[in-house]
Design a protein around this ligand. Structure first.
Ligand code: AMP
Length: 191
């Protein structure tokens, strides 16, 4: 099995490029953000726990998302691998993923990182708010909290994966979606 991570700040285009990558390499795309939004929509206890944190632009507890990923690995079988989007977002999540994979005799294939400048994050997320209707996309203060969370808690993962020789960075800006898609595929084809 292949295990890819799609990494990058909010609004970098992870969701957009995940669909194409999943099809091309027969991977199951797993977005922890999308899974959490489904829990909220279904009104589950987990959804209720996550709702206030997400609405505030903060991260949900590591053990919650790690359990979601473990459950996906246990239950999804008919694919060549996984494309994790928005996970891991902290060093403890990355360590949990490492031990999860180790226990299964597997290892990470590569980290595909999409990079865009902070000003572009605002512009894209505000545009997406009009299309997707996500509450956490609609408020400038929440967006700025998410960017801050990304820089403090998630960015250290770049070094974590770079040190392991797994990190592949792609410019998510400038360029059209099609331009970026070509860059992403050119990189993933070499991994
Ligand atoms: P996303 O759809 O990836 O932008 O995620 C939306 C929100 O869900 C984030 O702002 C977090 O509050 C929460 N979330 C998603 N993935 C994770 C994760 N791996 N760890 C903690 N919180 C997460």
């Amino acid at each position: 099995m292949k295990y890819y991570l799609l990494f990058g700040p909010p609004g970098a285009g992870k969701g957009t490029h995940a669909t194409v990558l999943a099809q091309r390499y027969n991977l199951k795309h797993i977005s922890t953000g999308a899974l959490l939004r489904a829990e909220i929509a279904a009104g589950t206890p987990l959804g209720k726990q996550a709702e206030a944190l997400i609405a505030d632009g903060r991260l949900v507890p590591d053990e919650v998302v790690v359990a979601m990923i473990e459950n996906a690995f246990d239950t999804i079988k008919d694919v060549d691998g996984f494309l994790l989007d928005g996970f891991p977002r902290t060093i403890p999540q990355a360590e949990a993923l490492d031990s999860l994979l180790q226990r299964r005799g597997e290892k990470l294939t590569g980290v595909i990182s999409l990079m865009i400048p902070d000003e572009e994050i605002y512009r894209r997320i505000q545009g997406r708010a009009l299309v997707d209707g996500r509450a956490d996309d609609a408020d400038e203060e929440i967006i700025s909290h998410r960017i801050q969370t990304y820089h403090t808690q998630t960015e250290p993962l770049i070094l974590y994966y770079r040190n392991r020789g797994l990190y592949h960075e792609i410019k998510g800006y400038p360029g059209s979606i099609e331009d970026v898609r070509k860059r992403v595929i050119a990189v993933v084809d070499t991994i």
